[in-house]
Design a protein around this ligand. Structure first.
Ligand SMILES: Nc1nc2c(ncn2[C@@H]2O[C@H](COP(=O)(O)OP(=O)(O)OP(=O)(O)O)[C@@H](O)[C@H]2O)c(=O)[nH]1
Ligand SMILES: [Mg+2]
Length: 474
């Protein structure tokens, strides 16, 4: 176990921070004490005002947080390598809290490699994956939960998961943990004061017990509950659309997403594999899943698709059962509805344009135990009310979260569990009349576990594992 700042390498690091390949712009990022020196060595600004500062390497006079236009040159012959924009961000106001220089060149493999070569010649080494962010963490600009959020943000495959990660980065667990830490420290101070001045401090255990329970145990339990209930919601509430073939499941998916995501044809069995996409229904984050139509299929490909539909039903938080108005609630439908009974479900009766208006009402009373709406996706009948109806039922089911800012991951959960166990020991000790010294040990253990989450105290192996999952240049 290490404490912070023991591990920050003295070296200056550099990496190509953009994906390799031909493109408009490629960025080389340099961080460390030598970053500005490297810039002075290989960069010549166009502005006469600044060229002297770079030429004479008057680092303290070079303005920070400014974009300079100029050229990267071969330091020996002065030959131009590329026309670039260069940004200087002096410590501590940079991503890593060190001096950072970013060179925006043209993004060709040859150009970026040549510039990298010139940079590395200046006693700079190539950054390891995630090393810039690791430095931001080690220098105290972000905590470990924020570093994890940055990985999630980079790896987010949908706008939705990016949104979740961005919230975690700016407004997430670290903000929630801070008052818990303050409360725990306050309790520890009171206890330690009692050890030092036993006559001056209230020896009654009840107030201590209440404080531990209300200000620390309850919020920790809440976070663990969040994990239990919502860890699978990192990508949104899973809403799965099922029903017989050709009833309009994919049409409904496209309507809700407001774009042609799934193929729609008049041929039953069009959707073979499950299709997922995210949306917000007002403030509720949803992952919508369209599935292969359920029936007794003989085609092996369709059978595989149907197997997947049943897997999707298992994973779903909510099922939307779609049926068409002409065949609604025939024996096949009733059979399928039995299958999904254990899942929270809503029923959409589609294609009401195909039946006379007076029959619509009759359809609605036929299966009254589940919330139901009758619409026509094709003719846009009652579709204006669809999202509002969905929203109302998801909300009233209590399964949706207003926000997704505090969902601990598995690493956080393990530390929270350790923390809770130490707190329970402290409480039991207090009730059993154990000496305050012993209780302080338990509380310190709880504080230690809390420090693991934020990274104030950390295990080198865990840190390496976290940062290894970053890409080079971040
Ligand atoms: N008349 C009518 N036709 C509709 C309506 N909604 C969809 N359709 C048509 O029904 C056919 C099937 O629609 P899909 O959305 O592909 O149905 P699906 O349930 O996804 O079908 P599979 O993927 O084969 O299981 C298409 O020709 C749609 O244009 C509707 O409200 N009224
Ligand atoms: Mg379909």
């Amino acid at each position: 176990m290490l404490t912070k700042k023991t591990d920050i390498a003295e070296s200056t690091i550099a990496a190509i921070a953009t994906p390799i390949g031909t493109g408009g712009i490629g960025i080389i990022r340099i961080s460390g004490d030598r970053a500005l020196g490297v810039a002075c060595h290989i960069f010549r600004p166009t502005s006469v005002r600044f060229s002297k500062l770079f030429f004479l390497c008057q680092k303290e006079k070079i303005p920070s947080h400014r974009l300079f236009h100029g050229h990267i040159i071969q330091p020996d012959g002065g030959e131009v390598v590329d026309e670039v924009m260069l940004v200087v961000m002096k410590a501590p106001c940079s991503y890593t809290r060190e001096d950072v220089v970013e060179i925006q060149s043209h993004s060709g493999f040859g150009v970026l490699n040549t510039i990298m070569f010139l940079v590395l010649e200046q006693n700079v080494r190539i950054a390891e994956p995630g090393e810039f962010t690791k430095r931001a963490f080690l220098n105290g600009r972000i905590d470990l939960t924020q570093a994890e959020a940055i990985i999630d943000l980079i790896n987010a495959r949908s706008g939705l998961s990016a949104h979740a990660a961005a919230r975690q980065l700016t407004n997430g667990l670290h903000q929630y943990l801070s008052p818990i830490k303050t409360a725990l420290l306050n309790i520890l101070c009171r206890m330690e004061a009692y050890i030092d001045f036993p006559d001056d401090v209230d020896a009654d255990v009840d107030p201590h017990l209440c404080l531990i329970e209300d200000t620390v145990v309850k919020p920790v339990r809440y976070l663990l509950e969040q994990y239990q209930a919502f860890s699978h919601f990192r990508e949104g509430l899973r809403v799965t659309i099922i029903g017989r073939p050709n009833v309009g499941k994919s049409s409904l998916m496209n309507l809700l997403l407001r774009r042609d995501r799934a193929i729609v044809t008049e041929i039953p069995g069009t959707t073979r594999d499950s299709i997922e996409d995210g949306l917000f229904i007002q403030d509720i984050q949803v992952l919508l899943v369209d599935t292969a139509g359920l029936h007794d299929a003989w085609d092996p490909v369709e059978q595989k698709g149907i197997e997947r539909t049943y897997q999707q039903i298992d994973q779903a938080d909510l099922v939307i059962f779609v049926t068409d108005a002409l065949h609604a609630f025939d024996s096949e439908d009733i059979h399928l509805l039995q299958d999904i009974r254990r899942k929270p479900s809503l029923v959409v009766v589609n294609k009401v344009d195909l039946i006379p208006e007076e029959h619509v009402l009759r359809t609605q009373v036929q299966y009254d135990s589940l919330p139901m709406i009758a619409i026509s996706v094709l003719q846009k009948i009652n579709t204006d009310n669809l999202t509002e109806w969905l929203y109302r039922h998801i909300r009233s089911s209590g399964m949706a979260r207003r926000s997704i800012d505090v969902i601990p991951n598995i690493r956080h959960k393990q530390s929270l569990e350790r923390m809770l166990s130490s707190l329970e020991n402290a409480k039991t000790g207090l009730q059993a009349g154990m000496t305050i010294d012993g209780i302080v040990v338990d509380l310190r253990e709880a504080l230690h576990a809390l420090g693991e989450i934020s990274g104030e105290r950390y295990d080198e192996e865990i840190i390496s594992r976290i940062f290894e999952s970053f890409c080079i240049g971040k």
